[in-house]
Design a protein around this ligand. Structure first.
Ligand SMILES: NC(=O)c1ccc[n+]([C@@H]2O[C@H](COP(=O)([O-])OP(=O)(O)OC[C@H]3O[C@@H](n4cnc5c(N)ncnc54)[C@H](OP(=O)(O)O)[C@@H]3O)[C@@H](O)[C@H]2O)c1
Length: 345
């Protein structure tokens, strides 16, 4: 699914586009599937078509491999690509656990290749602008509390046992699938704290798969993030998935899901409003910021990644290795408390 979306998006023409992407090769578990992929998703390109991933990694014409396999294979696929000397952009969640992520970054360091987690939401103009307003402009004062959620409706119990949402050996579970976004928004909204927070977390399981996670993160400053996710409910367009409370107002971020933000509204305490520790909406001025979607929203990630490579970087400016590790460390702790583990752990 995601590979089809990504390929369609990076071939889009859009105002402000700086990089011309070429689909140089498609690697799939079968040549037939790779041919079908080209026919359905990039019919105007003439990529080499391979019935294995290794052939793509070995193709000297390929500048960077985009990996869109289930979570449990990211570790293997990244290492194989890196060993062949390829730059890599790998889907979220980057790996099953932080140990695997560290092994990938060690390998990339040794091979001197670029590796980045495809956390596309961080590349979106909305995310960047909200971060600037919150932490550079301090538009709602000091942030002290954040709620973030992702409800994706995958509902593993209704899916075949072979689905990546149902099969633990593929890395099934709502935390790795969508909770990673709730943590990402929480991390940004709380201002990219250096320390790891104290965590209290609970997880619920159905048909052996984690379907709901709630985690409270608390920093030594007292700032709290409440980050939640579930595969048993589904967000709707325009719904609020993130609330950020500050000492001078609050922000609501709207969108179908935490991966597809559409707008945010800043509710700032009005001049002259009663001076108290809390303020109802009627004491606030609301200003909505809308952000137009281009394609499905992958264009900014693709563009930034290409520019990184062209500039000779080995890490993404937007999603550096330490950020991937920070989030993976959080997810390891949440899973340890919630009782979720994967085969081989
Ligand atoms: N950025 C986003 O918004 C977003 C959205 C959805 C998913 N994702 C991420 O993208 C990744 C893939 O998700 P998806 O929904 O695209 O998965 P998917 O539709 O199940 O596709 C995964 C692909 O991986 C390959 N694969 C290799 N071994 C496999 C195996 N044993 N079982 C199943 N597939 C196998 C298959 O391609 P071949 O057979 O052709 O090799 C398959 O088509 C995950 O990391 C997920 O979290 C990101």
């Amino acid at each position: 699914m995601i590979s089809t979306w990504f390929v369609e998006d990076i071939l889009l023409e859009w105002e402000g586009k700086r990089v011309n992407h070429v689909i140089q090769a498609i690697g799939s578990s079968s040549t037939q599937k790779a041919q079908d992929f080209v026919k359905n998703n990039c019919p105007n390109q003439t990529p080499s078509v391979y019935g294995s991933y290794q052939e793509l990694y070995d193709d000297p014409e390929v500048d960077i491999a985009y990996i869109g396999t289930p979570h449990a294979f990211h570790h293997r696929d990244c290492l194989e690509a890196i060993n062949a000397g390829k730059n890599v952009l790998c889907e979220k969640s980057f790996t099953i656990n932080a140990k695997q992520a560290r092994e990938i970054f060690d390998a990339a360091r040794k091979k001197n290749v670029y590796v980045a987690e495809a956390m596309w939401v961080r590349h979106r103009p909305l995310y960047q602008e909200l971060s600037r307003l919150l932490h550079e402009q301090k538009i709602i004062g000091d942030v002290f509390r954040v709620f973030s959620d992702f409800a994706n409706g995958a509902d593993p119990a209704s899916l075949p046992a072979t689905s990546r949402h149902r099969d633990l050996s593929l890395g099934a579970g709502s935390l790795l699938d969508v909770g990673v976004y709730a943590l990402t928004w929480g991390r940004m909204a709380l201002g990219y704290q250096k320390e790891l927070p104290q965590i209290v977390a609970k997880q619920t399981h159905e048909v052996g798969v984690e379907i709901t996670t709630s985690a409270i993160l608390q920093y030594s400053s007292g700032r709290q993030g409440i980050c939640t996710c579930t595969s048993k409910a589904l967000g709707a367009p325009g719904e609020v998935f993130l609330v950020v409370h500050g000492t001078n107002g609050y922000v609501e971020v709207e969108g179908r899901a935490a991966s597809i933000p559409e707008s945010f509204t800043v509710w700032k305490k009005q001049e002259g409003a009663a001076d108290r520790a809390y303020f109802p909406r009627e004491a606030c001025e609301g200003k909505k910021y809308n952000f137009p979607q281009i394609g499905r929203g992958f264009v900014w990630e693709a563009e930034n990644t290409a520019l990184d490579i062209l500039e000779g970087r080995k890490e993404s400016r937007v999603m550096p290795w330490e950020e991937t590790l920070y989030i993976m460390d959080l997810m390891d702790e949440i899973r340890a408390q919630g009782g979720t583990s994967y085969p081989g752990e």
